[in-house]
Design a protein around this ligand. Sequence first.
Ligand SMILES: NC(=O)c1ccc[n+]([C@@H]2O[C@H](COP(=O)([O-])OP(=O)(O)OC[C@H]3O[C@@H](n4cnc5c(N)ncnc54)[C@H](O)[C@@H]3O)[C@@H](O)[C@H]2O)c1
Length: 309
Amino acid sequence: MKITVVGAGKYGSTTVQRIAQAGYADEVVMTDIVEGLPQGLALDMNQSRPLEGFETRIVGSNHYGPTAGSDIVVVTAGKPRKPGMSRMDLLTDNAQIVGGVAREVASSSPDAVVIVVSNPLDEMTALFQKVSGFPAERVIGQAGMLDTARFQDKVAEKLGVSPLSVEAITLGSHGDTMVPVPSKVSVEGKPLGELLSDDEVEQLVQATRDGGAEVVALLKTGSAYYAPSSAAAKMVAAVAKDTKDVMPVCAWVSGQYGINDVYLGVPARLGRGGVEEIVELDLTESEVEALRTAAEAVRSKQADVDGLV
Ligand SMILES: NC(=O)c1ccc[n+]([C@@H]2O[C@H](COP(=O)([O-])OP(=O)(O)OC[C@H]3O[C@@H](n4cnc5c(N)ncnc54)[C@H](O)[C@@H]3O)[C@@H](O)[C@H]2O)c1
């Protein structure tokens, strides 16, 4: 199993480390345009192997030769937000970067399943699919896993319970039209609505939508990467190990939830082929409405992106 991570910045390097430490891949290749950066990080990570007890070999490169024939490619190349910026402010710069990466990956790893994380996420996932020409089920975006983990953690902190006791899901876009789904949240099996008032639930929903900006404002340079890399690594593991687990991901929706032909955050079954099924949850009327609103917002932006590459 060969896995490539494009971009050796904060998100890319922590993702490489998490995948390599999990031990199921033979090789993880990390590429970046900055000379020496991926090579230096690879050397450092390889030297942690005797200490951490894993054998996966990590390779750093400034070109795509060593990535050839990868089974899975994670795309983290691109600029992160600065305080006060929205993810959408990254659109023009990152479209150029992700478009270029898509051309390289299409020729070096034509059979790969691709997981895109560069922002704005829904638009960059759509752009990667279009430029690469890969079938839509092989190009997936990571956002819902992270947004869901943030929602779970906010609920756990509010109630003073273990984050592991909270079930939740977040759909929609990785942006203002994110759709945390309160009707599907439970804590130790109890519905959230029995534990908190409507106002308290709404505050947690808003805090989840603002979760990325909260970290950016504190860090001042760069955006979150510990939880984001955990989210991407979970998706990579599901594809690599063909687990068929259902996860909230940005996937091509064609008819489900009454929504057509757009990349959007939905629950999907992941396996060796990428997205193997979009799962339709039983949502409330207002949640479905919010999902459709998110779909229209993403659709109009995705149309803008088509003009950029
Ligand atoms: N989807 C999510 O949930 C989520 C969460 C956090 C961050 N992000 C996004 O992930 C991206 C990366 O974030 P980061 O914190 O790692 O940023 P970073 O600045 O630390 O790293 C980005 C890296 O990309 C590299 N790069 C630029 N152009 C490249 C190219 N053409 N080919 C290869 N590498 C290239 C840069 O040299 C840099 O090392 C950003 O767009 C950020 O907004 C997404």
